[in-house]
Ligand binder design. Structure first.
Ligand code: COA
Length: 378
């Protein structure tokens, strides 16, 4: 018999499955860098478009390169009428995150040169996906509310345009900046579950749309990208800072997980959560609604005291997005739009030096036995 503890890396924890030049996570120190740049500095000083360029090409852009890249994204924002029809006619009433997954999968059908698997062709596809995912998410959301989709506004940046397509108004500068920061912080994170799913799919040499579809499917689970909405539901359920201690105690006593806490890699804190905590504090003050930061910090304190866990990016992202006016059902699609660049960078990296990803499993089922024909089975 096999030794369960010794031989199986459950959840592939600690297994090194790729060499990457895209990001570095130091779980002990609580640090994250994209192509060598500290993520907290990028979030404070760069735009999502700049960071996207960095992740795709490995270097921060010059002013001219950034302008050309922004134009490329602008040129690719609009979605086809066929895709709009698909979103309008989806059966049932799918959640926005599921509608996004289906639409991204359908984008493969509108690819003009599906047989071209060259790097430039895949880069073009990556830009198209990054540019169109916010348009898809906004169009589906509006149609779901019985409203007409809004065309992209070429005068607005990536994050601001998303807000405009969703609500029909451009965000205030401070709001646009905070959404941009949140998107930068969610843009890339090594071999997290969705990126790994993307790489596994790309490694079969399936196309980039298939890899993105796998990634969105993995992101949509509550242990990954759906944790942000769950964290917000928890804050709403708690209601006020005085109720935090008892609530957390009861949840933990009942063996429940506190959403937005814990991490496979970070053991002393998630640097992205620290930046978003600052954003939330400013936002609370700016919007004159000092509601969430105090309660969220109390939850952080109690979960640390009672379970020794730190908040991850989802925990502070949730009240940040909520304060910015986003409906909770859009939290995971916003995460997907942000992470699209990380997926793209990893898929291209996988294609560049491909090897099928195919781990082993040890067998623990019945021993070899004789086949009984159907008529003889009892
Ligand atoms: N609340 C309560 N307990 C938690 C916890 C949480 N959020 N996260 C981990 N734990 C506990 C587990 O119950 C387990 O305890 P045990 O050893 O007594 O059984 C221990 O910590 C290890 O958890 P495990 O699920 O094995 O760790 P992991 O590395 O596989 O999981 C996560 C990492 C992120 C899936 C996990 O921390 C989690 O479920 N967090 C909540 C969901 C979330 O926020 N996801 C977003 C991640 S960015």
């Amino acid at each position: 018999m096999w030794d369960k503890e010794a031989n199986v890396a459950r959840g592939l924890a600690g297994v090194i499955a790729a060499v990457t030049h895209i990001s570095l996570i130091d779980g002990e120190q609580g640090q994250l860098s994209y192509c060598g740049y500290d993520v907290t500095e990028l979030a404070r000083k760069s735009s999502y478009e700049e960071v996207s360029y960095l992740l795709l090409y490995g270097e921060l852009p010059t002013a001219g390169q950034l302008e050309a890249f922004e134009q490329l994204l602008l040129d690719n924002r609009a979605i086809s009428p066929a895709l709009l029809d698909l979103l309008r006619n989806l059966p049932g009433a799918p959640k926005p995150a599921d509608a996004l997954r289906t639409a991204v999968s359908a984008m493969a059908a509108t690819d003009s040169s599906p047989s071209d698997v060259s790097r430039p062709a895949n880069l073009r596809r990556a830009v198209r996906l990054i540019a169109q995912m916010p348009t898809i998410a906004a169009a589906h959301w509006r149609m779901r509310q019985g409203e007409k989709p809004i065309d992209p506004d070429p005068s607005l940046g990536h994050a601001s345009n998303f807000v405009y397509m969703l609500f029909g108004r451009a965000p205030r500068q401070v709001e646009a900046r905070f959404l941009d920061m949140a998107m930068i912080l969610m843009a890339e994170h090594g071999l997290n579950a969705s990126t790994f799913a993307a790489r596994v799919t790309a490694a079969t040499l399936a196309d980039i749309y298939a890899a993105f579809t796998s990634a969105i499917g993995a992101l949509n689970g509550p242990l990954h990208g759906a944790a942000n909405a769950e964290a917000m539901k928890m804050l709403l359920e708690i209601g006020s800072p005085e109720k935090v201690e008892a609530y957390i105690r009861a949840q933990l006593m009942a063996g429940k997980r506190i959403m937005g806490f814990g991490h496979r890699v970070y053991k002393s804190g998630d640097p992205r959560a620290i930046v978003l905590r600052e954003v939330l504090a400013t936002l609370d003050g700016d919007l004159n609604k000092p509601r969430w930061c105090k309660m969220a910090m109390e939850v952080e304190d109690q979960v640390h005291k009672q379970k020794n866990l730190y908040p991850n990016v989802d925990f502070y992202c949730a009240p940040t997005l909520y304060s910015l006016g986003f409906p909770m059902e859009l939290f995971t699609p916003i995460f997907a739009c942000s992470r699209s660049i990380g997926w793209a960078a990893h898929i291209l990296e996988q294609y560049d030096d491909n090897k099928l990803i195919r781990p082993d499993a040890v067998y623990d089922g019945p021993a070899q036995r004789e086949y009984t024909p159907l008529a003889g089975r009892k």
